[in-house]
Design a protein around this ligand. Sequence first.
Ligand code: OOB
Length: 567
Amino acid sequence: MSPVPRRAPADFTPWPEHDARRYREAGCWTGESFTAMLRERVQRHPDRTAVVCGTRRWSYARLGERAERLAAGFARLGIVAGDAVVLQLPNVAEFLAVCFALFRLGAWPVFAQPAHRRAEIGHFCRHTGAKAYVIADLDGGFDHRELARQVQAESPSLQHVVVLGEAAEFVPFESLYEGPAVALPPEPQADQVAFLQLSGGSTGLPKLIPRTHDDYLYSVRASAEICGLDAGTVYLCALPAAHNFPMSSPGTLGTLYAGGQVVMCPKPAPDVAFALIAEHRVTLTALVPPLALVWLEAARSRRPALASLRMLQIGGAKCGDEVARRVQPELGCRLQQVFGMAEGLVNYTRDEDPPELVLGSQGRPISPLDEILVVDEEDREVAPGEVGQLLTRGPYTIRGYYQADEHNARAFTSDGYYRTGDLVRRLPSGHLVVEGRVKDQINRGGEKVAAEEVENHLLAHPAVFDAALVAMPDPYLGERSCAFVITRDSTLKASALGDFLRARGLAAYKLPDRYEFVERFPHTAVGKVNKRALRERIAQRLGAAPAAAGADAVPARDLPTPLDLSL
Ligand code: OOB
């Protein structure tokens, strides 16, 4: 059997051979692909429930069969190994079936988020030369077919739009299940790229993260073990399924690995999620901190619905002490803090950890082979217990972004450590406490906003002379974004900038929450915009008189209802 063709080496920075050998010898990389993993589970327990979605219940056999038939459907569309397919589905069973179908072909799902719009989807399509885009017709009232029309007009490589629901002029999802038999290519090899995950990023355009079967399946398997998953696990997928946290930490894939049951939750609102937890006896789920807060409030009146829940994972942004402390007494389940990143490294607090570490740290790495450095600005290790930037390297942390040589030279050290941009303190136990961030990013309740990306969009407005996006503290989301803007036209309104960004197709969570119009920016000694000073200025102003800020301060949006949030 001839191996699946590989893409150009520049697409993917492989691990150096001596490290790859170490990871294999240590048993991290087993050579098993996700395709082989699912096949084995189907053979072992075909009739067990794999996925529940609304009133539908798919057994492992059914999930396997759906994936196989979809693989044939995609093959009939001309999708071959190494092709990229942008995948933007809500939390439905088909999401998993498409993943496994594309894995089977050696094609790469690109994991778009439901909130992404023309700017992001267009970039993914053009950057990867995607051949197909998979969507639902409507999601949360938004018509993805209209978005697909716009994206298709701007993306020459895009040949097919596959639509779950009413397809209009596009390919109906269901039609992929039908059609003449087709020979599928050889199964993917485990050292090959399985998919492209998205980076939260800090620079102009979102970066893509190539993950291999070997490295990702290791993180899934080890996560499932750390979290004690087994056939009795019922996992509620409440965060968007394409995000790394609910996908693999241990998430949906970890649950399938363990032979458990995934329950797809269409949105994380307590009224929806609590009913599913009660109905399906859910044992495990994962949330970002602001959602955990919403659940805590709702549980005051509806705690019995949560009786089956054994553990709540909180991650994606720092879980405040207050939230952490309330989980066990008020929800009646254990808390696990999860500090991870789509680039690789994931840290968990463990069952056996003393309460002060579960409540007060963001956990310790999955693997004994994860290498952790905490360094100062000159990349020198700081003294134990001091705060510094976290650098990491290991068996499931990438060595480079997809086709981003220039950026890679900055984002990785010459010896392959990923610069996480997170400021941490390492405790003697090896647990990490996240203390802040050096990357130019806003963490809006788990949703990451790259400052430069938004600034570039603002700068495209003819009346904007300069723009700087910074984080401002927020009691609910942890942080929101504030755009400091120098205009050429004093009549420019915040609402006009918001409309402008929306018209450029930017995802809603990236729109600045507030605008501050200023004459000039403070600068650092070397002449860069002093963002720290801007952050302090806005924090002070909010702290002093949030409701009565100066006339040049314009809150751009009302507080979103808590579940505007979609990670
Ligand atoms: C997860 O992944 P990403 O790629 O969306 O974001 C990664 C970044 C980290 O570098 C850090 O800045 C922040 O999100 N972060 C946290 C955190 N978890 C993530 N900051 C403080 N405390 C935490 N617990 O967000 C992600 C991926 C896998 C599992 C969990 C989260």
